[in-house]
Design a binder for this molecule. Structure first.
Ligand code: EPS
Length: 363
């Protein structure tokens, strides 16, 4: 038991702790022949990394990916691909005063209850540092999905605390520190985050991700539904407390006549389904929305208990994200890519002979 592996045919196993010598993953089941080089990982890992702006943790990791196996002369060989990222800027002394305490709202307490032993340096295995390897593994999936099917995966932040975008433009999302789709609000967000950091508190966020170009037919009914696996994948990201597919919880108030997406020979009339019906992709964009809780590691004192069960006041020092959701767009994109890659291979395994079926609604 341990569940550090993810996927059925395209499997990813991650290992490592925030303050260990390295983190890494083994990607198995990758089709042979995919062009892959260390440079392929640079952009997505930089989008996720800490220390890029003043609004995230100031830990500075280079996040350089070493490819240890599974690639020969720049192409995947079909054998396990091992990837390694060395930790170079861990500062374990920040945690000296809380090794004997439990941080409220953190996994410290549940790890202790489960294992009876824990690595208190940083979050140990529960640290968001682990998500580096999800993003790295997904670089391979994204390449294959794009090359083979033209699938495009992207995302943006759609809420920080009570602030929502007033306008929307994909072109500005990657050009500000908040993955925010309305450039006119960036000043307001800077001021909000600066005040938050000064106060010592944290805030939650919503991240929306979408995969365009997914062909119809991916997803396994009944127990391997595409949407069920997406929900599990997103809930498996640190600090996630909610996931919606398509209209999500808004479906509760939508009449059926509105929620159902009209079908015409020219296309679907809407996409409340989020690109999934009966657990299988429709060919419409697959849309997922993810809620991140506010970071639990705070310098504001809070009541807690120590290892003897005595009441203490806990104060967390160290370098933490005041809004962990701000770094989560590439992580949600990664989990979407990993689920789609796995489902694509599963669909190919069983249904490759079916081929495109008529009629097909253009999307
Ligand atoms: C994290 C705490 C901080 C963050 C870390 C996530 O690190 P440390 O363990 O050194 O206190 O910097 O994020 C990363 C290092 C990363 O690469 O994402 C936490 O508690 O989750």
């Amino acid at each position: 038991m341990g569940a550090n592996s993810f996927g059925t045919l395209f499997t990813v196993t991650t290992f490592g702790e925030s303050h260990g010598p390295a983190i890494g993953c083994v990607v198995d089941g990758c089709p042979p022949g995919v062009a892959l080089a260390p440079d392929d990982f640079v952009a997505d890992l930089a989008r996720r990394a800490t220390g890029k702006t003043r609004h995230t943790s100031q830990r500075h990791e280079d996040d350089v990916v070493e490819i240890l196996s599974g690639v020969y002369e720049g192409r995947t060989t079909g054998t396990p691909i091992a990837l390694l990222v060395r930790n170079t800027d861990a500062r374990s002394k920040d945690y000296a005063r809380i090794t004997e305490q439990f941080r409220p709202g953190h996994a410290d307490y549940t790890y202790w209850q489960k294992y009876g032993i824990r690595d208190p340096r940083g979050g140990g295995r529960s640290s968001a540092r682990e998500t580096t390897m999800r993003v790295a593994a997904a670089v391979i999936a994204r390449k294959w999905l794009a090359e083979r099917f033209g699938v495009r995966i992207r995302g943006h932040v759609s809420q920080i605390g009570g602030i929502r975008p007033r306008g929307f433009d994909w072109n500005v999302v990657e050009a500000n520190p908040f993955f925010w789709p309305d450039a006119s609000q960036v000043g307001e967000l800077e001021a909000f985050m600066d005040a938050l950091r000064k106060s010592g508190d944290s805030v939650g966020a919503r991240v929306d991700v979408v995969a365009e170009g997914v062909p119809p037919g991916w997803g396994e009914p009944v127990y391997g539904k595409l949407d069920a696996e997406l929900a599990a994948a997103m809930m498996g990201i640190n600090a996630v407390k909610g996931v919606e597919i398509g209209a999500g919880f808004a479906s509760i108030e939508q009449p059926g006549s509105v929620h159902r997406d009209a079908m015409t020979p020219a296309g679907f009339g809407s996409n409340h389904a989020g690109g999934v019906l009966g657990g299988i992709s429709t060919g419409q964009p697959v849309t997922v929305s993810v809620a991140f809780k506010p970071t639990s590691s705070l310098r504001l004192p809070a009541p807690s208990i120590d290892m003897a069960g005595e009441a203490v006041e806990t104060v967390v020092t160290g370098r933490h994200d005041p809004c962990v959701g701000l770094r989560a767009v590439p992580i949600c994109e990664a989990m979407l890519a990993l689920v789609l890659m796995d489902q694509a291979l599963r669909h190919r395994a069983q249904c490759a002979d079916v081929g495109p079926v008529s009629p097909r609604i253009p999307t």
